[in-house]
Design a protein around this ligand. Structure first.
Ligand code: NI
Length: 265
C-alpha cells in the first residue's frame, strides 16, 4: 500500500471515532494553518498474533524503521516509535498491553478476543486500522476497565489510530502550546489536565497536550453504550544541543497522555 493512502484511510477512520478532531483540524485550516502530523499512535496487546510487530508490518513496508522503545511500568505497557526516512511523514507510535501481568480473568478475556480473529483478517494489509474484529459485551468492557482503561479501549475499538498529533512546530500563528490550548478551549473542547495541561518541558525537548476523548456510542452485543473514543494531541519539539529537533518521546508525559481515554466518573 502507498503511504499516502495508508495515512488517508487512517485519518478517515479516526475522525469517525473522534469528530472533535475533525472540527479542530477544520478550525486550524480556517485560521490559515497547514496541519502537519507529528505522530500517529496505535494501541494493541502483547500477543504473537497482534503485537507491535504485527501492527508495524504495513508501516515497515512503507519505509518506516523501528527507532526506540519505551516501558510504562505502572500501566503495564510497552511501546516502540517508528520513523520514516522522509522527516515530514508522521512518526508512528505503537504501544502494547503486557497482558500476562494482569489477572487471569483479564488474560482470558483478551486471549479469547484475539483467538476469535480469523487468519484472513489478520493477514490484511490494513489490519492496523481495521477496527474491532470481535464481539464484546458491555459488561466485559466494564470489567476490563476496572483493571486497565487501556485494555477496555482496545476491546471496544480494536485496531485503529488512537490519536493523531498536530506538529505545533509547523504552525505559523499558534506557535506555542499555550496558544494552541487557548484556541482549543475557545472551541469548547476540554483538555486532559492530568499532570497539568502541558506535559513535558523545553528541558525534556518535548511539550505535549491533548483533548479528552469524547464519548461515542459503541455497539456491544448487549446494546449501544457511550464510551470514550479517540483524542487529538499537540506536540512542540525543541532543538537538541546538536541543532536537530528532538524526535523521541518522553515516557512520563506519554504516561499521562494515555489517560486521555479514561472514563470520566
Ligand atoms: Ni501521542
Amino acid at each position: 500500500m502507498q503511504l499516502k493512502q495508508v495515512l488517508q484511510d487512517m485519518w478517515i477512520d479516526y475522525v469517525k471515532i473522534s469528530p472533535a478532531a475533525g472540527r479542530i483540524h477544520k478550525a486550524f485550516e480556517e485560521l490559515g494553518e497547514v496541519v502537519v502530523n507529528d505522530h500517529i499512535a496505535l494501541r494493541t496487546l502483547r500477543h504473537p498474533k497482534v503485537g507491535v510487530d504485527h501492527l508495524a508490518r504495513t508501516f515497515e513496508a512503507c519505509g518506516y524503521k523501528r527507532i526506540k522503545d519505551y516501558h510504562f511500568k505502572e500501566k503495564k505497557l510497552y511501546a516502540w516509535h517508528f520513523e520514516h526516512s522522509d522527516p515530514i511523514q508522521p512518526k508512528v507510535f505503537i504501544s502494547e498491553l503486557l497482558v500476562d501481568q494482569f489477572s487471569k480473568s483479564l488474560q482470558k478475556t483478551m486471549h479469547e478476543l484475539v483467538e476469535s480473529i480469523e487468519d484472513k483478517t489478520l493477514g490484511r494489509p490494513d489490519f492496523s486500522w481495521i477496527g474491532r474484529p470481535w464481539t464484546l459485551t458491555h459488561k466485559s468492557y466494564l470489567d476490563l476497565a476496572k483493571e486497565s482503561e487501556y485494555a477496555s479501549w482496545v476491546a471496544a475499538f480494536g485496531f485503529r489510530p488512537n490519536h493523531f498529533t498536530v506538529s505545533v512546530n509547523h504552525l505559523k500563528k499558534l506557535i506555542s502550546l499555550n496558544k494552541v490550548n487557548a484556541f482549543i478551549k475557545e472551541l469548547g473542547q476540554s483538555l486532559n489536565e492530568n499532570g497539568g495541561e502541558i506535559k513535558g518541558s523545553a528541558q525534556e525537548f518535548l511539550e505535549q497536550s491533548s483533548t479528552m476523548a469524547e464519548n461515542i456510542f459503541v455497539s456491544f452485543s448487549d446494546g449501544q453504550y457511550p464510551v470514550p473514543g479517540c483524542y487529538y494531541e499537540f506536540a512542540l519539539r525543541y532543538k537538541l544541543p546538536n541543532g536537530n529537533l528532538y524526535q523521541g518521546f518522553v515516557a512520563a508525559s506519554a504516561d499521562k497522555i494515555f489517560e486521555s481515554t479514561n472514563r470520566r466518573q
